[in-house]
Design a binder for this molecule. Structure first.
Ligand code: PLP
Ligand code: COI
Length: 340
C-alpha cells in the first residue's frame, strides 16, 4: 500500500466520501466503450436524460473486505452483475456483461486500495455500480445513450450501532406495486421510500417495514433490507414474494443456516399478525449486513422479539458465520469469493 488516508475506520457510518478514482463507461449506438478510471466525481449529462425525468436508473451495492492476511476480496460480485442485468432488462436498458461488471469493480478497488478499511475494524469498502439513461430525449422512451459507473466509499454500520437491535414501524405506504418493479433495484423504488422512511424516523424508528402491496397482511421488506425471523426450533424463515428485492445476503444466509449451522430454512409467507412464531428477527442486506430487529410496531403495539437491547444467539451465530466467510476467516462455498 503506497498511499494512506486519514480516516477513523472504527467510527465510519454510511456516508458519502469522495475516493480517488471511479470507473465510467458509456453506451452509444448499440455498444459500450472501453470504460476508464476518472478522478472527476461529477457527470455532465443532457438536460433531456431519461434518468432525470423518468427514473431510468438502476444500481447495485456490494463490498470489498480486507482479510487478516491483508488481502482484499469481493463477495459474490457475479450475483450483483446478474441482478443489475435483471434491472436493466426491466427498464429497457442495455446490459453490462458480467466480465465488464466484475472487471470494473476490481479496477475501482485496486485504484482505491488505500480506502479499503483494515481488517478488524469491522468497516468495509462499499461499491456502488449504477447505470443511468442519458442523451437528448423528451418523450417517455428508452434513452439513446447510457452511462455505467462504479464508485466506492469506505463504510461502517448502515443502521446506527451495527449489531445492536433497532426498532421498525410498519408503513402505511407501499414500496412496490403487485406487478411493479419491487424485485429489481431501480431508482424509483428508492425515491418512493423517502417519505415512508422520513415518517418512521420522525417517530423514532430506524426505518419502516413494508407489507405486501396486494393484501397488506404479509411482511415484504425492512427498509432497504430483507426480513428474516428465527422460530423456536431454529428455522430461518424469510418472506417469499414477487415484489421483494432478492437479496444476495439473504440467499447467502439461507445457505449458511443450512450448510454451516445445520438449521432449516424456509422461504414463505410471513404474516404481520403472526410474529409470535419468531424468537428472533433481523434485517439483512449488503449495507445492513445483519441488523437485529428489537421490535416491530404495528397498529400502535410494539412486538418485541428477543430483546430491544441484546442480540439473540441465533442471529449472532448467523452474523459471525457470514462475516467470517466475507472477511476470509471461514472457508466460503465455492465461487463466493473473488480475490482482488
Ligand atoms: N432489499 C432492498 C430494497 C435493498 O435495497 C437491498 C439492498 O441491496 C436489499 C434488500 C438487500 O440486498 P443485498 O443483500 O443483495 O444487498
Ligand atoms: C445495499 O445494501 O447495497 C443497498 O442498496 C441499501 C441502500 C444503501 C440502498
Amino acid at each position: 500500500m503506497s498511499k494512506t488516508v486519514n480516516i477513523d475506520w472504527k467510527t465510519l457510518g454510511f456516508k458519502y466520501i469522495k475516493t480517488d478514482l471511479r470507473y465510467v463507461a458509456r453506451w452509444k449506438e448499440g455498444r459500450w466503450d472501453r470504460g476508464e478510471l476518472v478522478e472527476d466525481n461529477t457527470l455532465r449529462i443532457s438536460e433531456g436524460s431519461t434518468a432525470l425525468h423518468y427514473g431510468q436508473t438502476c444500481f447495485e451495492g456490494l463490498k470489498a473486505y480486507r482479510t487478516k492476511e491483508g488481502k482484499i476480496q469481493l463477495f459474490r460480485p457475479d450475483a450483483n452483475a446478474r441482478r443489475l442485468q435483471e434491472s436493466c432488462r426491466r427498464l429497457l436498458m442495455p446490459e453490462v456483461p458480467m466480465e465488464t461488471f466484475i472487471d470494473a469493480c476490481m479496477q475501482v478497488v485496486r485504484a482505491n486500495e488505500h480506502y479499503v478499511p483494515p481488517y478488524g475494524t469491522g468497516a468495509t469498502l462499499y461499491l456502488r455500480p449504477y447505470m443511468i439513461g442519458v442523451g437528448d430525449n423528451i418523450g417517455v422512451a428508452p434513452a439513446p445513450e447510457y452511462i455505467f459507473s462504479v464508485f466506492c466509499i469506505p463504510v461502517g454500520a448502515y443502521f446506527k450501532g451495527g449489531m445492536v437491535p433497532v426498532n421498525f414501524t410498519v408503513s402505511d405506504h407501499d414500496r412496490a406495486a403487485p406487478h411493479g418493479t419491487g424485485a429489481v433495484k431501480v431508482g424509483g423504488n428508492y425515491a418512493s421510500s423517502l417519505m415512508p422512511h422520513h415518517l418512521a424516523a420522525e417517530k423514532g424508528f430506524a426505518d419502516c417495514i413494508y407489507l405486501d402491496p396486494a393484501t397488506r397482511t404479509k411482511i415484504e421488506e425492512v427498509g432497504a433490507a430483507n426480513f428474516f425471523g428465527i422460530t423456536a426450533d431454529e428455522t430461518f424463515v424469510t418472506p417469499q414474494s414477487p415484489s421483494i428485492l432478492p437479496s444476495i445476503t439473504r440467499a447467502s444466509l439461507v445457505r449458511v443456516a443450512k450448510d454451516y449451522l445445520g438449521m432449516k430454512a424456509e422461504e414463505r409467507d410471513v404474516y404481520i399478525d403472526q410474529l409470535d412464531q419468531f424468537t428472533e428477527a433481523g434485517a439483512c442486506g449488503t449495507a445492513a449486513v445483519i441488523t437485529p430487529i428489537g421490535g416491530i410496531e404495528y397498529k400502535g403495539q410494539l412486538h418485541v422479539f428477543y430483546s430491544e437491547k441484546e442480540v439473540g444467539p441465533v442471529t449472532k451465530k448467523l452474523y459471525d458465520t457470514l462475516c467470517g466467510i466475507q472477511f476470509g476467516e471461514k472457508e466460503a462455498p465455492e465461487g463466493w469469493i473473488y480475490e482482488v
